[in-house]
Design a protein around this ligand. Sequence first.
Ligand code: CDT
Length: 313
Amino acid sequence: MSRSPGDRMVTVAAAQLGPIGRDESRSAVVKRLCSMLSEAASRGARLVVFPELALTTFFPRWYTDDVSGHDHYFETEMPSPQTQPLFDEARKLHVGFSLGYAELTPDGRRFNTTILVDETGTTVGRFRKVHIPGHENDEPWRPFQHLERRYFEESTEGFPVWRAFDGIVGMATCNDRRWPETYREMGLQGVELILIGYNTPIHYAPDPGQNPLQGFHNHLCMQAGAYQNGTWVVGVAKGGTEEGVESLAQSVIIAPSGQIVAQAVTTDDEVVVADCDLDWCRHYKETLFDFARYRRPEAYGRITGQKGVIEPD
Ligand code: CDT
C-alpha cells in the first residue's frame, strides 16, 4: 500500500516546557503557555499539546505528612480565574490544546488529570492518570522523592477516546506511556492520535543504571505504541533542571510507522510542529495490525486476568 497524504491533515504542536519554579505563580505560567499557543498558531498548529502538571512545579518530589497542606498546587475548577486566559487565547487563535494539571474534586479526591479542549475553548475530554508510579511514604535515602502515590489516586476510568480534530483522539500521562496496555486499550477504540505529557527525572533511585537509558526508553515505548496500534503519538516533556532535579526533555511527534518526525532540541520552553496525516493510520490498521483479522484475544487471558507474575512450579 503506497502512502499518499489524505484529507485529514492536522498540524499538531508539542509545547515542551522548561522548569517551573516552586514559587512561580499560576498566572506567570499561564502567560508562558499563552505565548506558546500563539507561536504554535503562527506556525499553523490546530492542536497544542502541553505536558503533565503543566501549571506547577512537580510538587510530588516533596514529602508532607498531610497532603492537604499542598492543595495550593491543585485546581478545584477548570477553567479558573487564573487559567481562563489560556482558554480565551485558544478561542481567539482558534487552536485546541491538551493540558495536564493536578485536580482536586469537590469530594476531596486528587487526580493527575489532562483535559482536551477544542478550538472553541470547549473541554471535550478528560483523562485521569491510570498508572501512578513512585512510592507512598517518605524515603529519605533518595536524593529526591517521587511521591505520586501519596498525592494521587489511581483512575478507574481507563483509557477513553474522543472524536475531535477530525479524528479519534486519546490521552495518557507520563508513566502510562511505559505500559503497552495503555496504547492497546485505545488502539481497540480506533485511536489515531495519542497525546502524552511527562515529567521524567533522569535519576532513577531504585536502579541508577537506567539513568543513561532514560531518553532511549522514553522513545522506545512511545514509538512501539505508535507502530503496534497504527497511531500518531505526541510525547511532551516538562524538562530541564527544576528545583534541583534534572528531567528528560526530548519531546517528540511520532508517526503511525513508529518513526519520529519532529523532536525538541532544547530542555526549555520549545514549540515543535508537525503535520499529522490521520489517514496514514489506515496503512497500519488495515494491514499488519488489522486487529479484527489477526488478534487472538483467546490467547491473551492473563493480560486482564492477573496482575503480577505467576511463575511455573
Ligand atoms: N511523572 C511520572 O510518571 N514519571 C515517571 C517516573 C518514574 S520513576 C518513579 C515516569 O515513568 O517517567
